[in-house]
Write a protein that binds this ligand. Structure first.
Ligand SMILES: CC(C)(COP(=O)(O)OP(=O)(O)OC[C@H]1O[C@@H](n2cnc3c(N)ncnc32)[C@H](O)[C@@H]1OP(=O)(O)O)[C@@H](O)C(=O)NCCC(=O)NCCS
Length: 269
């Protein structure tokens, strides 16, 4: 059998979409096409796929932010799982990140991926939990809506997240993402989800979240070690829909968890 690893280009979107759609049971192909373009904008050479005798069966992406990298969209077609293909692809990504001098690698592990990452030495950090909202609260306070990133927002984001990830944020803004800003907080609204949501305190977070929900957001992914964020989501009626485990390989990153009410996404941090 001929096994090949291909680096995906923009024109290869269908390969990515076909695999992720089935591996993750994700039924919105348009959203996956947008996500693939955002992946390419963030890390042009970061998405790989494995083919067996010319048939594409697995994909996986990485995103490098300075000394830190995130891995996401690791997926194998259901009928090809449990044959060692996920392990092969993941090992290849780790070797590539190693050769790029990345010191810390993080990811959000699904139940199915958890064992694979443990095998490579990844350790648990905290659960990242997706919540959905049906009831929309009355908007509190005031926010500004921006179409571009400002230096203040870039600072807020990198202080919360622990590194700069401007390309990832800009990629969403280019595709209709909106920035909501308060004095010392900001949120990105994209494809019915809000995140990152970074705020200095609970009050600013509630202002940003209540406005994002009124502007169409229905989902947020919360780092569960921020207890204030968990309380806020429960107060606003968020219902848990999915739970993953944030894991890392390498040292602990200097993120500011008490300020992070919503993460960017499960693949990009
Ligand atoms: C997670 C995922 C990528 C793993 O891919 P995979 O190709 O099945 O992974 P592997 O085959 O390398 O390893 C999976 C298991 O099969 C076992 N295995 C590997 N080769 C095998 C073989 N020839 N026969 C039997 N079992 C085998 C491995 O030991 C491993 O067992 P473990 O889970 O008990 O440790 C895949 O299950 C998937 O796409 N899931 C849906 C999407 C998802 O959740 N992705 C992860 C997001 S973080």
């Amino acid at each position: 059998m001929k096994i090949e690893i291909k680096r995906l280009e923009r024109k290869d979107a269908e390969i990515f979409v076909n695999i992720v759609e089935r591996a993750y049971n994700y039924d919105d192909r348009n959203a996956l096409h947008t996500i693939f373009q955002v992946n390419m904008d963030t890390q042009e050479d970061g998405c790989l796929a494995i083919s067996l005798d010319g048939k594409y069966v697995a994909t996986g992406c990485f995103f490098v932010y300075g000394y830190l990298a995130w891995i996401g969209f690791v997926g194998v077609l259901p009928e090809y799982q449990r044959k060692g293909i996920g392990t092969m692809l993941f090992r290849h990504i780790l070797e590539e990140l190693n050769s790029r001098n990345v010191r810390i690698i993080r990811l959000d592990a699904s139940f199915k991926g958890y064992g694979l990452y443990k095998k490579f030495g990844f350790v648990d950090e905290y659960p990242s939990v997706t919540y959905e909202f049906q009831k929309i609260p009355y908007p509190k306070g005031k926010v500004c809506i921006l179409q571009t990133l400002t230096p203040e927002i870039i600072d807020l984001d990198s202080q919360g997240f622990g590194e700069k990830r401007i390309k990832a944020l800009e990629a969403w803004i280019k595709r209709g993402g909106k920035i909501l800003a308060t004095n010392e907080g900001y949120a990105l609204l994209k494809m019915k989800s809000v995140g990152p949501l970074i705020a200095k305190d609970l009050e600013e977070a509630e202002i940003l979240l209540s406005h994002a929900l009124n502007m169409g957001a229905r989902r947020i992914i919360v780092p569960h070690s921020n207890f204030r964020a968990v309380r806020l989501i429960s107060k606003l009626g968020g219902v848990e829909r999915n739970r993953t485990m944030r894991m890392r390989l390498g040292g602990k990153i200097k993120e500011n968890i008490p300020c992070i009410y919503g993460i960017l996404s499960l693949a990009k941090g």
